[in-house]
Design a protein around this ligand. Structure first.
Ligand code: CDP
Ligand code: CDP
Length: 226
């Protein structure tokens, strides 16, 4: 048994993984891995370097050399720096999401990010958010969750998030993009989006965020709460 505990939170786009993971990590005093941001960062770095989504070797090399930094700020979303350049807003666009999903289907790219992701497992513990945290990256994690919600609910959540940031989008276009991305993520050959056999599935369609966090925390041993 690994000495450092991990909570994995996987699920489709807009399910609330990021928000729930950050708050659970905060409640426990543990670290947080936003694995989706790594794929998004590689997509952005590749586009800066003019590497096409159809160049697996070049993308994998790009994934291996791209410097990705998370700067945590109290009560705010962490800032993300890609090769020393701030990319926090750029990374959250649906364009960056679908680029990430295209390159994330490539085995060489995924391989290039495995060690980096496992390196986040540091004492006292880690909350890891993504698609394959419980199935591939941390299969021995003792606490696994799969967070989902209806596609329309997820699109509405993402719509609200983007509008609040001053990004104007159309709800029906967003819904379409999110569904297409989920489909690609769920149907790819490597590390497809699916609950680990031992994951607790939470459908949050009509749950407030605090209730989701409460459900996750109540499944963990009380000794972890600080
Ligand atoms: O990381 P992921 O794409 O799964 O979702 P997120 O970025 O955490 O976005 C979810 C958005 O929906 C956030 O603005 C949350 O406040 C909101 N929300 C939620 O996450 N869970 C609920 N049960 C209700 C709302
Ligand atoms: O926040 P949201 O759920 O919309 O996306 P994300 O978690 O930032 O992930 C963006 C894309 O990266 C996903 O659509 C996946 O294709 C890919 N990804 C992945 O393949 N494996 C992960 N562990 C995390 C993300």
């Amino acid at each position: 048994e690994h000495a450092v505990p991990v909570v994995t939170i996987d699920g489709p786009a807009g399910a609330g993984k990021g928000t729930v993971s950050r708050l659970v990590a905060q409640a426990l005093g543990w670290g947080y891995l936003d694995s989706g941001a790594l794929y998004r960062a590689v997509g952005i770095a590749a586009s800066w370097e003019g590497i096409g989504l159809d160049e697996p070797e070049n993308l994998a090399a790009c994934a291996a050399r791209t410097d990705i930094k998370f700067v945590t700020q109290q009560h705010e979303e962490p800032k993300i720096f890609v090769n020393e350049k701030e990319a926090t807003a750029e990374i959250r666009s649906e364009l960056a999401g679908s680029m990430a999903s295209a390159l994330a289907a490539q085995p060489l790219v995924r391989q290039a990010l495995v060690a980096l992701q496992r390196g986040f497992r540091q004492p006292p513990g880690l909350v890891a958010d993504g698609r394959d945290m419980g199935t591939v990256i941390f299969p021995d994690a003792p606490y696994k969750f799969f967070l989902t919600a209806s596609p329309l609910e997820r699109a509405q959540r993402r719509y609200k998030q983007l509008m609040e940031k001053g990004v104007s989008v159309k709800l029906d276009a967003l819904l379409h993009e999110i569904v297409a991305r989920d489909e690609r993520d769920a149907n790819r050959a490597v590390a497809p989006l699916k609950p680990a056999d031992d994951a607790i599935v939470i459908d949050s369609t009509s749950m407030p965020i605090d209730a989701v966090i409460g459900q996750v925390l109540s499944a963990l041993p009380p000794r972890f709460r600080r």
